[in-house]
Design a protein around this ligand. Structure first.
Ligand code: DGL
Length: 260
């Protein structure tokens, strides 16, 4: 069992940002990545649709023989992580917007949590926000439109100016200590976040994500279950419900990016 691959899932390419961390931290594991690119983005869909698409994708990974699943999608986690955990007997690790480390930063500025429409409205995330020492420090900003653009292969800082101008208009010049990247796709456009923070906000605007924490959790869970592989080689098999010929070169570029 320990020699089996770890399965990574996202609605599309975003989970590759979590997989990058796993390749660095756990190079003795092997990986299968499943992106449901044909159905991305999930963030504008209903809870029922997100749940049924996530179940279908998780079953694909289990059918391919994975020993654990990383749900590398904030939207799927917020929607149905408990149902997924009760469906499968293998460990399921998930990502959540990293508002906790952001709220621990010193300062009297706001924390902007930017994520998909679904994540910002779902009860699981809103409960997490209420557990923060000062929940009102966190401003949730739904960002419809970003995921589609990333899926289409746009990664330049200025490709997103129109969208950010819209999202940040109500918060012009807000003193901001941190921006939480609450969607795994956003890691790949950090330059766009930095550029637009400088254009529209004030303050340090430190970018925070939870990817490293997720991979450390994966490491702990594998160890607790006696599932750690000592002889893997960080091999990655990419599977998608979308156009593999177009997506594979983008995926390979993303997991090898050194500038993030
Ligand atoms: N990467 C997914 C997330 O972390 C994107 C969801 C979507 O497809 O809208 O939420």
């Amino acid at each position: 069992m320990a020699n089996r691959p770890v399965g990574f899932f996202d609605s599309g390419l975003g989970g590759a940002s979590v997989l990058r961390e796993a390749l660095k931290l756990l190079p003795n594991e092997n990986y299968i990545y499943y992106g449901d690119n044909a159905n991305a983005p999930y963030g504008d869909r209903s809870d029922e649709e997100i749940t049924s698409l996530t179940f279908r994708s998780a079953h694909r990974l289990v059918d391919m023989g994975v020993k654990a699943i990383v749900l590398a999608c904030n939207t799927a986690t917020a929607t149905c992580i408990n149902q997924i955990r009760s469906e499968f007997s293998i460990p399921v690790i998930s990502v959540e917007p990293a508002i906790k480390p952001a709220c621990m930063l010193p300062g009297d500025g706001k924390v902007l949590m930017m994520a998909t429409m679904a994540t910002t409205r779902l009860e699981r995330y809103l409960r997490l926000q209420q557990r923060m020492p000062d929940p009102d420090r966190v401003i949730n900003i739904p960002c419809p439109g970003i995921v589609e653009r990333i899926e289409s292969g746009k990664f330049s800082a200025d490709d997103y100016d129109d969208l950010f101008a819209e999202y940040l208009a109500p918060y012009k010049n807000t003193n901001t200590d941190a921006i939480v990247l609450g969607c795994t796709h956003y890691i790949f456009i950090k330059d766009a976040f930095r550029r637009n923070a400088a254009l529209h906000l004030k303050g340090k605007c430190e970018l925070i994500d939870g990817n490293e924490g997720t991979v450390r959790q994966l490491q702990r869970v594998l160890s607790d279950h006696g599932l750690t592989n000592a002889s893997g080689s960080a091999s990655v098999t990419f599977c998608t419900s979308g156009d593999a010929e177009r997506l594979l070169p983008i995926f390979n570029t993303l997991i090898n990016r050194k500038d993030l």
